[in-house]
Design a protein around this ligand. Structure first.
Ligand code: NI
Length: 152
């Protein structure tokens, strides 16, 4: 496994704005990438990481909360409800936080590393993380959705 370099907004925003393409086949290379993304996320103390953030324009996301580790390939949100306003940050924008408005409940579907489709019914932090990471796949950053900046 390897710690990957995280693409930062201040030096490479144009790359972070690119749209990621679906994974067509889950190869050993994709599984290694998932392993490396998990290791990189943990090393950076993050709770989510998208492929684009490590220089790979594929629809791949890893998320880890108290509820467990989720590896999501070609993820999509199929339902959302409610609303939450909470603090949000991003490993591509270190040292910055803002308050965003996100759905409180999200249902998402994705493929796991074995190519099997599964569903996550998420609430609160996990719902927010799913929205944040899936936004990355379309070049959207949480700063686009900040309703209040947090000043230190
Ligand atoms: Ni992020």
């Amino acid at each position: 496994m390897a710690i990957l370099k995280i693409v930062k907004k201040d030096t490479d925003e144009a790359f972070l704005r690119k749209k990621s393409r679906p994974v067509e086949q889950i190869t050993p290379r994709i599984r290694t990438l998932l392993d490396d993304m998990v290791e990189t996320m943990r090393y950076a103390n993050g709770c989510g990481l998208a492929g684009v953030q490590v220089g790979v324009l594929r629809r791949i996301v890893v998320i880890e909360t108290d509820e467990g580790l989720f590896e999501m390939i070609n993820p999509r949100i199929i339902a959302m409800a409610g609303e939450q306003e909470s603090e949000e940050g991003c490993l591509s924008l270190p040292g910055e936080w803002g308050i965003t408005k996100r759905p409180m409940y999200v249902t998402a579907r994705a493929l796991n590393r074995d190519g099997e489709e599964y569903e996550i019914v998420a609430e609160g932090l996990l719902a927010k993380a799913i929205c944040h990471e899936l936004d990355h796949l379309d070049g959207v950053l949480y700063t686009d959705k900040v309703i209040r900046k947090i000043e230190d």
